[in-house]
Every structure is written in structure tokens, then in C-alpha cells.
Design a protein around this ligand. Structure first.
Ligand SMILES: [Mn+2]
Length: 245
């Protein structure tokens, strides 16, 4: 028996019960499917504040999954009346582990809330409600059709994201009412919805691999197989990271 088979290990932050009311350290199926289909092995990182170093030492890449809204206090603001499903423990843990992962130059992929909190952890800011604060009239919160493409996205031609997806335009699903306001100086905005909402940010190249998308590739990869390439590139970067460790 070969005990040395080793795929890149992807740590997924997760802390949410399906009803959003109790604390369960869970992960959801579509992320697991995409990570395994792309050659990685997923494990859940429970939100144990103060143990980020131990958590990161177990993994080769960090996947920041979607979820509820981020508390306004992390933006120096009151909570917006439309913001909901807060999880203070998850906010605290994720902000800390993202900062540490960035220091370690560990590959990171952020999805939806994951993009938003990556941007905040790295010094950027957030619209707590894009309709009220950014001023868009478009409804980005299509929670009844999380698997359907509902708006276009245009991608900067010179971006890592465009090279991964092989296109500068696509149609995406959308289940969010918050979005990046000011982009962190450590990231670059690289995709936008037609109303100007930022739909992706990245820092790829010699400095490592940090990528976040505002849509949910894991929910749409069956219809748009090219979305799986986001996971493949991320897990490829995690494999390179594992060899450098
Ligand atoms: Mn959207």
C-alpha cells in the first residue's frame, strides 16, 4: 500500500448552520465536489480563534467560502439595516487567518463573502448594501436561482482571471447584496458587472495566488465547466506551495 499519495490539502473555512441560527462547523457539497474534481483534498478548518497558525500548518491552500454578512464594526461602521446572518466568531477567525495566509504567501481562493472578507482583511472596504450604498438598481441577490447565470461580467484582459477562464466576458450567478467598495492595495479589481459592481479581485504571479470572485463557481460549474478551472488553478498553486514548504 502506498501511503505517500498526497494531493494538495485545501482548508475550507466554514461555520454556519443551514438555518443560520446555530453554530455548526460545516462545509457544503458543491465546494467539496469542485475541490476533489480539481485534484485537491478538502478539510474543514473550524473557527477556533487564536489557533490560525496551527490551522494553516495543516494545509496547502485556503478556500474562503460564501455565507452571511460581515459585521459593520470591521469597517468602522454601524450594521446596515439590510445586513443579516452575522457570525461574529467566523468574522474574527477569517480576518485573522487571511492575514496570516497572506504573510505566508499561501494560495487563497475567495468565493462571494470570501472575496469580501479577503478584501477587508487586506485593508479594503465593503458596501454593506449595494442598492443603498453603491447605488445600483440591479438585484444581485437571486437566492431563488443560485444555479442560474443572471448577469454579465466583463473581465480585464490582462488579468490572471481572464487567462484562467479563457475569456473576458461571461454570465454568472449572483447571490449577494454586499460587494467590494475600496479595493485593498494588495489586490486588483479585475471583473465588473454592467452596473459597476466589482465581481472579482486578484493578486497572482510571483507574489503568490490570491483570487476572489463575487459569484459562485461551485454552484454553476456543472453548466459552465470552465468555472472548474478556477479551482484547478488554485489547487495547482497549492501544490506548488506544498513543494516550497
Ligand atoms: Mn453579482
Amino acid at each position: 500500500m502506498n501511503k505517500n499519495i498526497k494531493s494538495p490539502v485545501i482548508g475550507m473555512t466554514a461555520l454556519r448552520s443551514p438555518d443560520q441560527t446555530s453554530y455548526h462547523h460545516i462545509l457544503t457539497g458543491p465546494y467539496v465536489r469542485c475541490i476533489t474534481a480539481a485534484g485537491g483534498y478538502p478539510i474543514v478548518l473550524p473557527a477556533i480563534v487564536g489557533r490560525c497558525q496551527e490551522a494553516l500548518s495543516l494545509v496547502d491552500g485556503l478556500l474562503l467560502i460564501g455565507g452571511g454578512d460581515i459585521e459593520g464594526k470591521h469597517l468602522g461602521a454601524e450594521n446596515h439595516p439590510k445586513a443579516k446572518f452575522f457570525n461574529p466568531l467566523r468574522d474574527e477567525f477569517e480576518l485573522a487567518i487571511i492575514k496570516l495566509a497572506a504573510q505566508w504567501k499561501m494560495p487563497m481562493l475567495g468565493i462571494c463573502r470570501g472575496l469580501q472578507i479577503m478584501n477587508i482583511a487586506l485593508g479594503g472596504s465593503l458596501y454593506q448594501d449595494i442598492n443603498d450604498e453603491q447605488g445600483t438598481a440591479f438585484d444581485h441577490m437571486r437566492e431563488k436561482t443560485p444555479d442560474l447565470p443572471v448577469h454579465a461580467v466583463s473581465i480585464a484582459a490582462e488579468s490572471c482571471l481572464a487567462s484562467i477562464l479563457g475569456t473576458t466576458s461571461l454570465s454568472v450567478n449572483s447571490v449577494h447584496h454586499q460587494a467590494i467598495k475600496d479595493v485593498s492595495s494588495k489586490l486588483k479589481a479585475v471583473a465588473w458587472a454592467p452596473d459597476g459592481v466589482i465581481e472579482a479581485a486578484e493578486a497572482c504571479g510571483d507574489s503568490g495566488f490570491m483570487l476572489g470572485v463575487q459569484w459562485h463557481p461551485e454552484r454553476i460549474a456543472e453548466k459552465q465547466p470552465e468555472q472548474l478551472r478556477l479551482f484547478e488553478r488554485f489547487i495547482g498553486a497549492a501544490g506548488n506551495y506544498a513543494q516550497r514548504k
